[in-house]
Design a protein. Structure first.
Length: 274
């Protein structure tokens, strides 16, 4: 039996790979992207590919496209929130416009898609939401503060939503890919470097990215396949780490946070009322 998927950000990266893999195996895909012509080479799949223009920062358009997809396709089994925007700059270097864009795309855009889809998923009594996050949704790297702000934010939102909608037969998984050569890095928004940060971790990360020393150890096609296999398996974890770097970095960060948390147990308990 074929599955119907609604995917944002399908022009490149994981969104494009998911679209190709799903169509190849016989599924239906509602593919949304800012430039629909980017999928012109996939028209051979006929009515199994449903394409609409969508910028997730346009709230009214998000609602209209999601409503149209459910009206025309009927049951949609999986919503994939994949559209993203990245800013590579220290906190002081980024412009106001860049800060606004990353939050409006990665955080608010994803929220709008979930909000638009939930009434339909509740009505059909089933559905999966895959929220594409990153290792940077639980740990951090220099020069990615605003990207982290959006991803930590969407992970908190999604963890809450997952608990709220499970009684309706809807399951949400946060997918956390590690560093992967999807073209995302070359599309990062940047800002003029401030010399004050040259001898800091921000400067080190900037040089590593520029020189190619910033490791991209994961296979994007395998990550897309793992997302499909998760849905096929019926398993519904809250989070799915994908990549050795994700697994190692997030585990180290969680352990450090837990150790620090436990180190303050006495003072935490000391402020109890009474």
């Amino acid at each position: 039996m074929s599955t119907t998927w609604f995917i944002t950000g399908t022009s490149s990266g994981f969104g494009r790979l998911l679209t190709e893999q799903l169509l190849e195996r016989g599924d239906r895909v509602a593919a949304t992207l800012r430039r629909p012509e980017a999928l012109d080479d996939l028209t051979g799949y006929g009515d199994r590919l449903w394409v609409r223009q969508l910028d997730v920062t346009d709230t009214d358009r998000v609602r209209a496209v999601v409503d149209e997809a459910f009206a025309e396709l009927g049951t949609i089994d999986v919503i994939v929130n994949n559209a993203g925007y990245g800013v590579f700059a220290s906190v002081e270097e980024a412009t106001d416009e860049q800060v606004r864009a990353v939050v409006e795309t990665n955080l608010l855009g994803s929220i709008h898609v979930v909000r638009a889809a939930l009434p339909h998923l509740r009505a059909q009594g089933s559905g999966r939401i895959l929220q594409v996050s990153t290792a940077g949704g639980q740990t951090t790297y220099p020069n990615f503060a605003y990207y982290h702000a959006s991803k930590w934010g969407i992970e908190g939102f999604c963890q809450t939503v997952a608990a709220e909608v499970r009684p309706f037969g809807i399951h949400l998984t946060i997918v956390e890919p590690g560093a992967t050569p999807t073209g995302f890095g070359t599309g990062l928004a940047t800002a003029p470097a401030m010399p004050e940060y040259d001898a800091t971790p921000a400067g080190d990360t900037r040089r590593a990215l520029a020189s190619g020393a910033f490791a991209l150890p994961n296979d994007p096609a395998k990550i897309a396949r793992a997302m499909v296999e998760l849905v096929d398996s019926g398993e519904t974890p809250l989070r799915l780490p994908l990549g050795q770097d994700t697994y190692d970095d997030v585990r180290a960060d969680l352990r450090a946070r837990l150790a620090e948390h436990e180190a303050h147990e006495r003072v935490a308990r000391s402020v109890a009322a009474g």
